[in-house]
Design a binder for this molecule. Structure first.
Ligand SMILES: *Cc1c(COP(=O)(O)O)cnc(C)c1O
Length: 431
């Protein structure tokens, strides 16, 4: 049934570390052989053996419109015929920057890069340049890409693979990263007090998605904003996942809180490598060549990636799918809770907009510690029971599921029917 995937994985393991080009793709958290894919249309995936699956990963977030959306494909075809890269300025980049600054609260200037990792690394560099300070605050369970400063108590693949701090990160770098508890403002206040005048920035996922979905409370984010202002620290919202996902204006619009800098990725590349960082003009004017904080990229603002991103953002702007996405994700969240309850499986579902995570714990899940109380082996069994039924979920308890426009009510119903069967087989095994 997975003959080709198994064969490809064997070959991959000989020449690629772990057989994958990003750790979250391995089935480390759930066991078994990762599926190798060949095609995707809407939310339907086809693997190397011709098996079909309903996709709730969406390439980890970009595909809010589903795969191969017609506007995105048309924009890519059109651009492909013209040019794929110049290493020189293009009209598309100007249009993208104008669109982004028009849509995101407080975004006055923006720089395009190629990955979320680059965006967060650069944002922190600019914040350090701006404040002349070295230390940063991050939150336990938040993931900001694989920059050295962030590989301290990070979420996502770091959680799944049980490596809280990565070898290769120098002690000096680790010492400049202070870690606070998500949704615990006292833990932030203490760090600001004990490191007075030394903190350049606080960086946060305003809705965490990389320890599973854990939204910040509005009061916590508002107090974080005030603390940063009071201490002259730059507040960075890492909206690589939430930007254009939870609302057209991202989490900043949803919570009505303006960060000083924001990082974007995933959706703004429409499935190709594009990301961005930006914010207040006064800070962004420090970026070279205007200012002295260096940051560059051979493929930054790549025409193909920007064309796919622009087509995605314009479609989102025109169609405003957010209410419908939220409704569909709500149906899924409620249905999963009910199905689990019927089988006496403890389950807490956190959902914001079209992002959700069913945690195998009685909950509530408001912090990293809460998330860690989940029964990961129960998740692994559920994951495989769903995979067998043709549903491709993120292969880890600590990841977000993404609902996309092509997840119609019929698809949600089919998902819930499969989930019921999966929970029932789970209960039978335990009973
Ligand atoms: C995915 C993600 C990143 C990293 O982006 P890459 O493009 O994988 O480098 C950073 N921050 C958040 C919140 C993310 O979800």
């Amino acid at each position: 049934m997975h003959t080709s995937s198994t064969e490809l994985f064997d070959r991959a393991c000989r020449v690629i570390p772990g057989g994958v080009n990003s750790p979250v793709r391995a089935f480390g958290g759930v066991g078994g052989v990762p599926i190798f894919f060949e095609e995707a249309h809407g939310v339907m995936l086809v693997d190397a053996d011709g098996n079909r699956y309903v996709d709730y990963v969406g390439s980890w977030g970009p595909f809010i419109l589903g795969h191969a959306n017609e506007n995105v494909v048309a924009a890519l075809r059109n651009q492909l015929e013209r040019a794929t890269s110049f290493g020189a300025p293009t009209r598309l980049e100007v249009e993208m920057a104008e669109l982004l600054t028009g849509l995101l609260p407080g975004l006055e200037m923006v720089r395009l890069v190629s990955s979320g990792t680059e965006a967060t690394m650069s944002a922190v560099r600019v914040a350090r340049g701006y404040t002349g300070r070295e230390k940063i605050i991050k939150f336990e369970g938040c993931y900001h890409g694989h920059g050295d400063s962030f590989l301290i108590k990070a979420g996502s693949g770091m959680l799944t693979h049980g490596a809280p701090n990565s070898p290769g990160v120098t002690a000096g770098t680790a010492a400049s990263t202070l870690v606070a508890e998500y949704n615990n403002i006292e833990s932030v206040r203490e760090l600001f007090t004990s490191n007075a005048g030394e903190i350049a920035a606080a960086i946060i996922e305003p809705i965490a998605g990389n320890m599973g979905v854990v939204p910040a409370t509005p009061a916590f984010l508002a107090e974080l904003r005030s603390l940063c202002t009071a201490h002259g620290a730059v507040l960075i919202f890492d909206e690589v996942m939430t930007g254009f996902r939870v609302a057209l204006g991202g989490a900043a619009a949803l919570y009505d809180i303006q960060p000083d800098l924001v990082t974007l990725g995933k959706i703004i590349g429409g499935g190709l490598p594009a990301a961005a960082y930006g914010g207040r003009r006064e800070i962004m004017n420090l970026v070279s060549p205007v200012g002295s904080v260096y940051q560059a990229g051979t493929l930054s603002g790549n025409p193909l990636a920007v064309a796919a991103g622009l087509a995605t953002l314009r479609t989102l702007q025109q169609e405003n799918p957010y209410p419908a996405l939220e409704r569909a994700a709500g149906l899924l969240a409620t249905g999963l809770k009910e199905a689990a309850a019927e089988c006496s499986v403890p389950l807490t579902v956190n959902q914001t907009g079209s992002m959700l995570t069913p945690f195998f714990t009685s909950g509530p899940v408001r912090t990293f510690r809460d998330a860690m109380s989940s029964d990961t082996s129960a998740f692994a069994r559920f994951f495989h029971a769903m995979l067998d039924r043709g549903f491709y979920l993120p292969p880890s308890q600590y990841e977000a599921w993404f609902v996309a426009v092509p997840h119609t009510d019929n698809v949600i119903d089919a998902t819930l029917a499969a989930a019921k069967a999966a929970f029932a087989s789970h209960a039978a095994e335990n009973g």
